[in-house]
Design a protein around this ligand. Structure first.
Ligand code: CS2
Length: 497
């Protein structure tokens, strides 16, 4: 018996019984979903739901064809090819119950940068009924100020010139639907699974904007033949560490080049606007609702904003994982006060959960000791996250003449974050597509604090409010003169009074 087995179709039945494998004959699975952006989150979330559908309900018509569009996706594409699309999902329950489950719902894979036309052709085939995507906040190319699609973005401009070797999701989708229209084929559902406010409406308007500028004749057909449901997706999924790979290999005799670690909790709510029978997906707990708004507001403004805040204040306090900072009472009280005082008044309960129980549930999810969710993952690309997760709360509070103390403190801490050094003098990496700009404005803010707000377009409307400018300036000076711990304690005490 070998020391370990490479994860692939041939070896799947030789894996030890600490690994859950499926008995389904994967050759029988028919593809009907093309998913753009095979990242860890997709593999822990949608691909998991589809796996359950196949495995537990013998629904074999929802296989996933993975499509990667970015140069940085080459590694996952090669690994999926190597492992016949199989990978291990390491599901960690906070009570210590863990499952190592091999997921088999991704049955085909294409790599756009190598052969864009092959990916386009595959998505244009009539068996594809859903084109879903997780391309992250910056994959939508939205203008920082207006939030509208940015037709002048360099990659978008390039796509208008090289229609048949596109780089953006919009360039790809245009060619896919051009082919479908030309061939008299039906359209399909385009399902965004990103953490973006009204993600379906956002991709629809960005895409229609692109099409009306590039292929206006396609627009009427698209309006008739496609739908773009909004959705709310939720499952905490970490970046994979070499330790996770080694543990699987050494303790479970399974060599998976890129397993995925996630929590046991998961949630997927979709607006009832699909072009296929939703009752099938309901079998595995996908919920369909008339309006997604209360669900997404609750999730983006409590969970995602909560993550960003713990990420920033936790890094400055010298922590490195969400679990560590979520166990620091001063940090958590600050977060709870932010949610209770500044977020809660602007969101409503959903049909299934009230805001307070959601907040408590989120905080206990953050405390899961088995999930090593690095603060560096949370803080990565904050420049596209903060405007979605935190700025709407500030905007609402200001226009309702309500307090913004915690949010202003968080933004000041975010500015200090770009100084790159924590309270113990340790430096950390800053990963953001506009990190140079953020670091420069943070440096300038030592002389003139407001430059951080003025030179970052995302604060556009907010800087017209004196209160926001004043409180930001005050907290930035506090944070630069004392350890963040002291500032947090003071904030928490003041809130108690
Ligand atoms: C996180 C999310 O990226 C982030 O900042 O807040 O990835 C979060 O873990 C997921 O949205 C959970 O569903």
């Amino acid at each position: 018996m070998p020391d370990f087995f490479y994860l692939n179709t041939e070896n799947i039945h030789s894996l030890p019984n600490t690994i859950t494998t499926s008995k389904i004959d994967r050759d029988k699975i028919k593809t009907s979903i093309a998913h753009i952006g095979i990242n860890n989150f997709h593999r822990a979330h949608q691909a998991y739901y589809i796996h359950e559908l196949i495995e537990k309900h013998n629904e074999l018509n929802f296989g996933i064809c993975g499509i990667d569009l970015l140069e940085s996706d080459r590694k996952i594409y090669n690994i999926l090819k190597d492992q016949d699309g199989l990978y291990t999902l390491l599901i960690k329950d906070p009570n210590g119950k863990h499952e190592n489950k091999v997921i088999g719902s991704i049955v085909e894979y294409f790599y756009g940068p190598e052969n864009p036309m092959a990916a386009i052709e595959r998505m244009a085939q009539p068996d594809i009924q859903i084109i879903s995507l997780t391309v992250a906040e910056d994959g939508y190319h939205l203008n920082e100020i207006t939030g509208e699609f940015d037709m002048n973005h360099p990659e978008v401009e390039e796509d208008t010139k090289n229609k048949f070797s596109p780089k953006t999701v919009f360039g790809y989708l245009t060619q896919v639907f051009n082919l479908r229209k030309k061939r008299g084929l039906p359209g399909c559902t385009v399902l965004s699974c990103d953490n973006i406010q009204s993600n379906g409406d956002t991709i629809k308007s960005a895409f229609f904007n692109y099409v009306s500028n590039t292929e206006p004749d396609l627009l009427p057909w698209l309006k008739e033949n496609t739908t773009f449901p909004n959705s709310m997706v939720d499952r905490i999924t970490t970046e994979t560490r070499s330790k996770d790979i080694a543990k699987l290999k050494n303790e479970h005799a399974t060599y998976d080049q890129w397993p995925v670690v996630c929590e046991s909790f998961s949630n997927w709510i979709i607006e009832d606007n699909l072009m296929f029978d939703k009752s099938v997906w309901e079998k595995v707990g996908v919920q369909f609702v008339k309006s997604i708004m209360p669900y997404e507001n609750m999730k983006l403004r409590i969970l995602n904003a909560g993550h960003s805040i713990l990420g920033i204040i936790g890094t400055l306090s010298g922590y490195s994982t969400v679990h560590e900072v979520a166990n620091d009472e001063d940090c958590v009280s600050f977060l709870e006060n932010f949610i209770d005082i500044e977020v809660a008044p602007n969101i409503i309960d959903t049909e299934t959960q009230d805001k307070i129980s959601y907040k408590n549930q989120v905080i206990s999810r953050f405390k899961n000791p088995y999930i090593t969710d690095e603060l560096s993952r949370i803080c990565k690309e904050s420049s596209s996250k903060i405007p979605i997760f935190i700025l709407p709360t500030i905007s609402k509070q200001l226009s309702n003449k309500q307090p913004i103390e915690h949010a202003a403190f968080a933004i000041a801490a975010w500015c200090k974050y770009y100084d790159g050094i924590d309270d113990f003098g340790k430096s950390y990496d800053i990963k953001d597509s506009i990190s140079n700009q953020l670091i420069r404005t943070a440096t300038l803010s030592h002389q003139n604090p407001q430059l951080f707000l003025e030179r970052n377009a995302m604060f556009s409307d907010l800087i017209t409010y004196d209160l926001f400018r004043e409180r930001f300036t005050y907290y930035l000076s506090e944070l630069r003169s004392r350890p963040i711990k002291e500032c947090l304690v003071q904030m928490n005490n003041k809130t108690l009074q």
